[in-house]
Design a protein around this ligand. Sequence first.
Ligand code: COA
Length: 188
Amino acid sequence: MRPVTLRTARLELSLPRESDVAAIYEACQDADTQRYTTVPSPYEHRHAEEFVPRVAAQWDEGVHLTWAMRDGDTLAGMIGLYRLDGAGRGELGYWVSPWSRRRGFITEASRAVLDWGFAADGPDLERIEWYAVAGNTASARSARAVGFRYEGLLRAGIAGKNGREDAWLAALLRADERTPQLWPVLAD
Ligand SMILES: CC(C)(COP(=O)(O)OP(=O)(O)OC[C@H]1O[C@@H](n2cnc3c(N)ncnc32)[C@H](O)[C@@H]1OP(=O)(O)O)[C@@H](O)C(=O)NCCC(=O)NCCS
């Protein structure tokens, strides 16, 4: 698949590039990113160097599609559609750089990625899933804010750095209203 650039009011979403390596390395030192995502831990400089060409190769394969989120010249994070199954299903995943958090960036970027993921001239998905380690409230609130509906607890559903852990599953269908829904695992 050809990489596409997406634009929102404040962000550009585009292919990670070599000039991002220092910021990726810095951002991936964050404890929550290491705890809740699949980035290696400890995160070494070579991991960031290897990540950039790997993302480009993955776009070619069309199964894992990752964008760098750019706030001007600042690397605000990474977002992607993962494990596209070729039959209308994919998964949303993301991290925001510690210095760019709590500014609504993931909400803004997710909406653009979801619109493109569901579009007939994009991957034309019908269902986009979201998984998180149970208890990752910040990610759950981010998913809920863009319309994901909570579907349940997957016991020992995620393999991470702490072995298998319970996971929360939510999903958004192309036809769903994007209005935030009640999530039983979120208090407010
Ligand atoms: C989760 C994460 C992506 C949120 O990014 P962000 O840009 O700061 O989020 P936003 O500012 O767009 O806020 C989105 C929602 O999350 C909530 N939120 C964000 N950070 C939060 C926190 N630390 N605690 C509680 N809620 C939080 C916001 O209040 C907002 O919810 P609301 O609309 O109901 O008020 C970011 O904290 C992160 O990168 N965490 C580590 C990596 C990670 O967990 N990735 C997801 C793996 S499943």
